[in-house]
Design a protein around this ligand. Sequence first.
Ligand code: DGL
Length: 295
Amino acid sequence: MATCRAVRMRLAPRGALQKFLRPVSALTPSAPVLVFDSGVGGLSVLAEIRALLPQAPIVYAADNAWHPYGQKSEHEIAARVPALLGRLAERYHPRIIVIACNTAATIALADVRAALDLPIVGTVPAVKPAALASVNRAIAVLGTAATVRQPYVDRLVAEFAPDCLVIRHGSPELVALAEAKLRGTPVPAEAIAAAVAPIFAQAGAERVDQIVLACTHFPLLRDELAAACPPGVALVDSGAGIARRTAFLTQGQPWPDLPGEGRKEGIAVFTANTPDLPLLTPALNGYGLTRIDLL
Ligand code: DGL
């Protein structure tokens, strides 16, 4: 595939990439779990990882220079994400990378796996649990514009929800509202209601009883979204499943001795030094990210 070859060549020759593939015995306890998103959305996944692996050292990487991903093309995302994760891997030597971004994962997961010799966990829409739980056989997939149009989502629907009505909606507004919330800006209930209204304007929407939060920013607005949806509609996301997968893939590996030791050392790394970055400090500290780096 042309993209993979191009990325490999840009990053390093194949042999050089082998350095990322370390046996468990060579892993130091301080090797971090690297959690990646375009912005703050991946913090919703980080919270689940923290709950399951409290001793894990964390590097949280946000590509804020290029945010929002949901408005970019497939080609742009496939070209950027593997190369960026390669740079982050060279700098932080993670034991595993979690792509905590549905947009990046549904478009570039295969390219990232082809480019890096590291375990890669990709966050993709929770269509399967939503379809399993849907009594009315009607679900909605609420993500970014880029995610909801992906063939990856077509395949999830064909495999796990073939008998369901599936309404798809992309909302850049909710991404912006989640970013604002974590910077301390109040989120107006009317703005949330307006962002989800297009779902309920579609034919058959009165049957929808499960909404897949197919963007990692959206669980950060869970309470606000629940208040804006009709009663009885459940909100489903992939965070807990991603944390379980991360724990499974790192089973038996050495971790820092003291629970919470990794938490103290949490690093947030951004790709741009924007003027609003200091506004994020309280939220980042709340997730145990006490050091801020720039890539
Ligand atoms: N949090 C990201 C996702 O899960 C995308 C937000 C964006 O950059 O548009 O898709």
